[in-house]
Design a protein around this ligand. Sequence first.
Ligand SMILES: [Zn+2]
Length: 336
Amino acid sequence: MSRFLAASTNADLSKDGKQHDTISINYSSNRSAYGRIGVPFTVIRNGTGPTLLLLAGTHGDEYQGQIALRRLAKDIRPEAISGRLLILPSLNAPASYSDTRISPIDSANLFRSYAEPPTASPTPSIANFIKTELVGISDAIVDLHSGGTSLEFTACVMAFLSADESYNRRVLELGAAFGAPTLVLNHRPQPNPSSLVGIAHAAKIPMIATELGGGSLSRASDVTIGCEGVLRTMNHLGMASLEVEPAGRQRVLEAKSTNCFIYSETDGIFEPSVDIGQSVLAGQLVGYVHPLSSVVQDPVPLSFATSGTIICRRALARTLPGDCLFQVGAPEQAGA
Ligand SMILES: [Zn+2]
């Protein structure tokens, strides 16, 4: 591409074979007046067929997907597919380099930067490139996340469901094909237009996201769930017939908007007593926060107002008021 954009690439998306390139983001700073940031971008194409957009590293401290997509970008041979893979393993590259959730340059959360002007700063420039150059040519989107430094998730695939039933069906098929142990249904009647969910919904491109563990550790088992899920998705789309373990039975949970979170109200130390993936009852003790300001004050007991399964838990013991400590998902049969 020769256009002067805030973001551009030299990769030829119509060329067969494998190209390891970058999306180049213009970024002028005190130390580099005409500087650029390179976002890793691999294109694998063979003839005609579906296009699958694969993203990881939207948040720089989420490692599992970044490993999985690097592995797939290296291992998948063009001859093994019919169609095109667009792979961005560390989408918010500045955040990945700095080991932070949001960009250290503009403090922006890439996942919610899709409505910002593309020239505002590097993070909206990356988002705009995805939105204008890649989403529209894709048949499906898989966006790999995990809990990052502060949260740990039970390995799951997230389906964002709107009021459009035919779109929902394609999203659910994608989530079932990916085959993570848990499928979490997020009801978004009007998806946020500044998020990738909203962009995919507006373009009617089915999209799923994952949460593959989290904390400051990247377990091999979570990376494997990511790799195998992508391979199953490719087979589902008809762009490959790759050998991969069949998905096991998926547990389906509903992420409600109310009563499903516990937030800290205390400046203290978080002591969870239940694990991610564990079922809990309404009112059951699930942990404490120990106030730091007093040695005589009783610890604050924690419990949910609703029964369900622990989807995620804070991965850091030190906690402040406003920190999310837990999220619980309700069994699907509890109703939307
Ligand atoms: Zn994330």
